[in-house]
Design a binder for this molecule. Structure first.
Ligand code: IPE
Ligand code: IPE
Ligand code: MG
Length: 249
């Protein structure tokens, strides 16, 4: 990566460039509560949530973080009121269309993880377009988890591997962690070093179950629409204080 692609001069002086996480994942929670506190409908929280995500992506880029993964919609979120689900699908579609040009210019490579085939066709089309138009970009890798569930991801990987075994393309004894990882949606993306969850909930809600085995977890009470650069700075400071042992001493 050239200095031009990552203007690390913007990095706050108390952050150590060598100790930055390579990959940050975020569970963007608390949009509904944010809206409620403002006396607004829940959907307004989702709108503001998009602004917070755009700011975070730019911040990661400015500070030289190589990958950002954001949890936008879980396999369980279909259980919300239909009008909220519809609003979210339309919002994702609109934001993708509006932001694509900027992502191309800013060298962002976008990809999506999740069961994309059951998303509305118009959203799927927008997803395909944005992935295709940014696939050669070599700046930050931005992954959006949409209709994503960690359990569903593991099951579909098992199914794909079982088919290969059935066809004689793979022997059961050849299945190891690397084989398994290649069949996950996240194949080719390194595991998150830091997982951030906003709004104070102490759970992972079916996000990246395999991939967060050794991620450092940071939970803040701040609601997602209020998660700004200074909040992210705090999360990175906390991360840099952690001693990552990976089971060793
Ligand atoms: C997270 O905010 C956004 C999505 C799950 C799409 P919520 O909508 O879950 O907000 P709260 O948790 O109800 O406050
Ligand atoms: C997790 O938030 C999913 C996303 C942020 C997309 P939820 O609000 O759906 O999680 P729970 O229901 O509090 O576990
Ligand atoms: Mg929530």
């Amino acid at each position: 990566m050239t200095a031009q692609q990552t203007p690390l001069e913007y990095l706050p002086p108390d952050l150590n460039r060598e100790l930055l996480p390579k990959h940050v994942a975020v569970i963007m929670d608390g949009n509904g509560r944010w809206a409620k506190r403002q006396g607004l409908p829940r959907i307004m929280g989702h709108k503001r949530g998009v602004d917070a995500l755009k700011d975070l992506l730019r911040c990661c880029k400015d500070w030289g973080i190589q990958a950002l993964t954001a949890y936008a919609f879980s396999t369980e979120n279909w259980g919300r009121p239909q009008e909220e689900v519809d609003f979210l699908m339309t919002l994702f579609q609109r934001v993708l269309r509006q932001e694509l040009r900027k992502m191309v210019e800013e060298n962002v490579q976008i990809r999506f993880v999740g069961n994309l085939t059951s998303l509305p066709p118009a959203l799927q089309a927008e997803i395909c377009r944005s992935v295709e138009e940014t696939k050669d970009n070599r700046g930050i890798r931005f992954t959006v988890a949409t209709n994503y569930g960690g359990r569903q991801e593991i099951v579909q990987a098992c199914r794909a591997i079982a088919h290969k075994v059935q066809q004689g393309l793979l022997q059961p004894d050849e299945i190891d962690e690397a084989t398994f990882e290649r069949h996950l949606y996240t194949s080719g993306i390194c595991d998150p070093d830091l997982l951030i969850r906003t709004s104070g909930e102490m759970r992972v809600s079916n996000f990246l179950l395999w991939q967060i085995a050794y991620s450092e977890i940071y939970i803040t009470d701040t609601l997602w629409p209020d998660f700004d650069r200074s909040e992210f700075h705090r999360a990175l400071c906390a991360y840099q204080q952690r001693e990552r042992r990976f089971g060793k001493v």
